[in-house]
Design a binder for this molecule. Structure first.
Ligand SMILES: [Fe+2]
Length: 391
């Protein structure tokens, strides 16, 4: 994961008493060791001014995330139109859950309000910010994010989305596990290798603690059982410093350096993240394949072990021309259905020398279900666009 980072004031040695500044010598900072995989993997050590365990109230909440999945229907490719979703709410509770399985739930948010302080203890969250700006305040510090940013919020990272009047549109992946950079991009000791499509310099992370003080602070916590409202005696953003290799960060899709070849390169060259039984790939503006006879749009393919989801962010989606797909669309191509360029797009691409597409692909290794909400925004004509007719 991202490299070792040290922010704010951190004592020279771990796990020793640290007097609080301005105290009477009898008050000490409170360590919070946040670690993955039973503390045998990445971790961070945060220093709080107050006990992060001090809660004064707890209440189970009705879960707005409860999803109704559609019954099994005919196997079909799908086109979901996020522009048909009403939007509103905040980036945590305003999620429109569209696709999901035991590994991941894929949602769309078009949020207009700040979120509550929130902690998802069930797994990492990955946002792809499509439009708008926000500040993600966390117990590690703040992250300013905008269009094209991937935002990784590790499991149990306490945070709050602040919109400051902006509208935030984003694709959200709630994962039952952790999101990593692909192992093949990393050296044995975890550095991004020369040749990886981005580097540590592209990773943005909090640079200073927030030093927030406050009492009786509401924190929403998602656990395997649902949503609980805790009231913390003191503000969880009271951290004075932290260090480690586990922290929230942002990576812009515009910093992804594309790989091109004489003929079409397969999706793994676009991989950006690996999650639990899924991969995330970034399709960014790039020169087209340069063999004089190259098929420049992806030829027909059967991805036999994956459900392929693509979110179309910006640009000209040449291979989907005429299918109704445009910015804000999500396509789902399941295994068992061979998909490829829409009619005429291969011919139209012959004289093109680059693509301006911007898209995010999520390939899941287990079948995704469609929510009833997703079914409502599905384009019923999409499955028949290759044939141009329907019996
Ligand atoms: Fe595909």
């Amino acid at each position: 994961m991202p490299h070792y980072r040290k922010v704010g004031e951190v004592p020279r040695k771990r796990h020793l008493r640290v007097p609080q500044h301005g105290g009477d010598g009898e008050r000490f900072l409170f360590e919070e060791l946040m670690g993955e995989e039973g503390f045998s993997s990445d971790s961070a050590l945060l220093y709080h001014r107050h006990s992060p365990s001090a809660i004064v109230a707890a209440e189970r909440l009705a879960d707005p995330a409860a999803v109704e999945w559609t019954a099994d229907g005919a196997l079909l490719p799908r086109h979901l139109r996020t522009t048909k979703l009403p939007g509103g709410g905040d980036p945590v509770l305003g999620r429109a859950r569209l696709l999901g399985n035991a590994d991941v739930v894929i949602s769309w948010v078009a949020a207009e309000r700040d979120s509550a302080v929130y902690r998802n203890a069930t797994g990492d969250e990955l946002f792809y910010v499509h439009d708008g700006e926000a500040t993600v305040e966390t117990s590690f510090g703040a992250l300013g994010v905008g269009p094209g940013d991937y935002v990784v919020l590790p499991a149990a990272c306490t945070h709050r989305w602040r919109l400051d009047g902006h509208r935030l549109q984003a694709l959200v992946l709630e994962m039952a596990g952790h999101v990593r950079f692909p192992t093949r991009y990393l050296s044995e000791t975890g550095q991004l290798k020369e040749g990886a499509p981005f580097s540590e310099r592209d990773v943005r992370a909090p640079e200073e603690p927030l030093h927030v003080e406050g009492t009786d602070v509401e924190v929403l916590v998602r656990s395997a059982d649902g949503l609980t409202r805790h009231v913390h005696a003191q503000h969880p953003f009271d951290v004075t410093g932290w260090d480690g290799c586990l922290y929230p960060y942002a990576l812009s899709i515009h910093d992804f350096e594309p790989v091109v070849g004489a003929v079409h390169q397969p999706p793994p060259v676009h991989q950006t993240f690996a999650g639990p039984s899924l991969v995330v790939c970034s399709f960014v503006p790039r020169p087209f394949d340069f063999h004089p006879d190259a098929i420049k749009v992806p030829y027909h393919h059967a991805n036999v072990d994956s459900d392929e989801v693509i979110f179309y962010a910006h640009g000209d989606f040449m291979s989907r021309a005429g299918s109704g797909i445009g910015a804000g669309s999500i396509s789902l191509h399941p295994p068992g259905f061979v998909h490829g360029p829409q009619p005429g797009s291969m011919e139209r691409a012959i004289d093109a020398d680059r693509t301006e597409e911007l898209a995010v692909m999520v390939d899941t290794f287990h079948r995704l279900r469609l929510s009833t909400l997703a079914a409502e925004i599905a384009d019923d004509d999409y499955p028949w666009t290759w044939a141009g007719r329907r019996l």
